[in-house]
Design a binder for this molecule. Structure first.
Ligand SMILES: [Zn+2]
Length: 293
């Protein structure tokens, strides 16, 4: 799933390609992806792109005052094409194409465009056409952005106190608490902070709070820096190469050489290093032990 650094880099890449250009038309290939009806999708036809930004993990293409907002979900992606087919994209359940945004190029006979795709059978990619990004419920609910200047260590401290004894892993990836951090980066920044994913949110010492804050800003900031200037097609590989523990169960921890372990967590699994994060003690797989009772 694209998280804050990838969506930030996507927004930058797309801004460079789309700014001041006109949207010729948008073909919707997966009808279920469009979550709004007013303004209609075709109201964007002929509009000029003014900005491309990010809200948490939502991508926002602003054109003539209207916002085309996309949430790429788990398996969604955006692909730039120098030339898209002249015929409109048709709905096809076997095709990963969810929507195609055709861009006007006055200097060429062919038209470039953006393909919005979603792999797999579980379709959760969402597209919204709104007058104000806050009209998207998922954006209205977002917590503060961790790379914003206003996200100080005091803000983090207050958030963690208000979450009580909830496990820190779940708190970090909850979009309404802090925006933009998902399953991958919550694993990564807990590893960087040398903190157990099960640590209760309100039980951090001052040093641990500082360590977690530095990890959030450091890990996310470095990922954004690395991704800046990369094309959409390069971002996924870039993310994977630089993850220390996420998705690397069975491999060696790059810090201490211990094996990276995995336990189930909520709807997926998390990866961590016992030596770096839990005093060498492997975490109990709570879902598994519950099943065995
Ligand atoms: Zn380690």
């Amino acid at each position: 799933m694209p998280e804050l650094p990838e969506v930030e880099a996507l927004a930058l890449d797309l801004k460079g390609r789309l700014l001041d250009r006109a949207i010729t038309r948008i073909d919707l290939a997966a009808f279920s992806a469009l979550k709004t009806f007013d303004p209609p999708l075709h109201s964007l036809h002929g509009t000029l792109v003014e900005d491309v930004t990010r809200h948490g993990k939502f991508l926002d293409i602003t054109a003539s005052g209207t916002h085309l907002v996309m949430h790429l979900a788990r398996a969604g992606w955006v692909r730039w094409r120098d030339e898209v087919p002249a015929l409109p994209a048709r709905p096809n359940s076997k095709n990963p194409l969810a929507a195609r945004i055709v861009i006007d190029d006055p200097d060429s006979d062919t038209q470039p465009g953006l393909d919005v795709t979603e792999a797999g059978t579980k379709k959760s990619l969402a597209i919204y056409v709104v007058r104000d990004p806050q009209d998207v419920p998922g954006i209205a609910r977002l917590g503060p952005d961790p790379l914003d200047d206003a996200f100080t260590i005091d803000v983090l401290s207050q958030i963690l106190q208000s979450e009580g004894r909830k496990q820190i892993k779940g708190v970090l990836r909850h979009q309404g608490t802090i925006a933009g951090i998902g399953n991958a980066y919550s694993d990564e920044l807990l590893h960087a902070a040398r903190m157990s994913p099960y640590k209760p949110a309100n039980a951090l010492t001052d040093d641990e709070l500082q360590g977690l804050y530095d990890a959030i800003r450091g890990v996310l900031g470095a990922a954004v820096e690395r991704s800046r200037g990369l094309h959409a097609s390069e971002l996924k590989g870039e993310k994977k190469t630089n993850l220390a523990v996420h998705g690397r169960a069975g491999e060696k921890c790059p810090v201490c050489g211990d094996v990276v372990r995995e336990v189930s967590f909520a709807d997926s699994s998390l990866q961590y290093c016992a030596t770096c994060q839990t005093g060498g003690k492997p975490l109990a797989d709570r879902r598994m032990s519950r099943l065995l009772k």
